[in-house]
Design a binder for this molecule. Structure first.
Ligand code: NAP
Length: 276
């Protein structure tokens, strides 16, 4: 029996077991994928326990995505650039860290826009998910990526990490509000509007222009108030579901070498999400 799982705290809400059990089933792999609660202060002990258990791979979620980096034997270049690991593979006695969020994001984005060349983009938020989004977009020949954040200093730090001058600007949320009409694509990466605080908005959308693509990484609820408003304003919208499925598929591929079909996992997951 091959063992996989996801570590985090809290972990009860995770949908990863639903997705990965479906992937395992379809690949005819006899395996289990479980939720593993590891408190922030017990990460090192937790990793040792997983090693003793002979786990073949695991996902990493809040609050461990950054803290795990120095505890691994090797870390892939993309994960180092993003500064966060969400997937660990056990290979030849080593735990190796990867980040599949950026991959999942780009795959999901390309279901709504095939060619990103020349696009003007605004990212809302400057946390771990924003770094994965920024880094993956940065490699896609886009025209500019501005980052707007509640704490502008964190946006400055994010763009300072990656970008040449004149490619990105750090903005306050008020500045983004004023300039919203300048962007082709707006990506919402904060947890604002996520269940149970479903009536919260990260920023008002009064100035959104028709035809803008608006991507909200949140998938619980399936349609945040932010996305509902964007739709009303004539935007093309995308929620976090495809990104979640594609980042999971990439993790599965790293563990097994199999690129799973996401459609039956999507059906299983939608059942779980109904009513959220
Ligand atoms: P994080 O590292 O904690 O980043 C949080 C970001 O949100 C920071 O920029 C923070 O601003 C901002 N923020 C938090 N609360 C805010 C508020 N009340 N008002 C305005 N800004 C606020 O979190 P993360 O790991 O990046 O995750 C962010 C979201 O992405 C979560 O909802 C997560 O579920 C989602 N996500 C989805 C996927 C997917 O597959 N669909 C994958 C990864 C993440 P400050 O800098 O001012 O604190």
């Amino acid at each position: 029996m091959d063992r996989y799982g996801v570590i985090g705290d809290p972990i009860d809400h995770s949908l990863s077991p639903v997705i990965h059990h479906q992937f395992l089933f379809e690949a005819n792999i006899e395996g289990e994928y479980r939720k593993i609660l590891i408190p922030r202060s017990d990460l090192e002990k937790g990793i040792q326990m997983l090693r003793r258990e002979g786990i073949k791979g695991f996902n990493v979620t809040i609050p461990h995505k950054e803290a795990i980096i120095p505890l691994l034997d090797e870390v892939d270049e993309t994960a180092i650039q993003i500064g966060a690991v969400n997937t660990v593979v056990y290979k030849n006695g080593k735990f190796i860290g990867y980040n599949t969020d950026g991959y999942g994001f780009i795959r999901a984005l390309k279901t709504v826009v095939k060619n990103l060349t020349g696009m003007k983009i605004a990212v809302i938020g400057a946390g771990g998910a924003a770094r994965a989004v920024y880094f993956s977009l940065y490699k896609e020949n886009v025209e500019r990526i501005d980052v707007a954040n509640r704490t502008i200093e964190n946006a400055r730090r994010l763009i300072g990490k990656y970008s040449p001058e004149n490619f990105s600007e750090a903005l306050s949320l008020e500045q983004l509000y004023d300039r919203m009409g300048n962007y082709d694509l707006i990506i919402q990466t904060t947890p604002v509007g996520m269940y149970p605080n479903v009536h919260e908005l990260p920023i008002s959308l009064n100035c959104l222009k028709k035809g803008t693509i608006v991507f909200d990484l949140i998938y619980r609820p399936l349609e945040t108030e932010f996305l509902a408003l964007a739709k009303k304003k004539g935007a093309i919208v995308e929620n976090g579901i495809n990104m979640l499925l594609y980042q999971a598929a990439r993790s599965f591929w790293l563990w097994t070498g199999i690129d799973p079909d996401i459609e039956s996992a999507r059906k299983k997951m939608m059942k779980q999400l109904k009513g959220a």
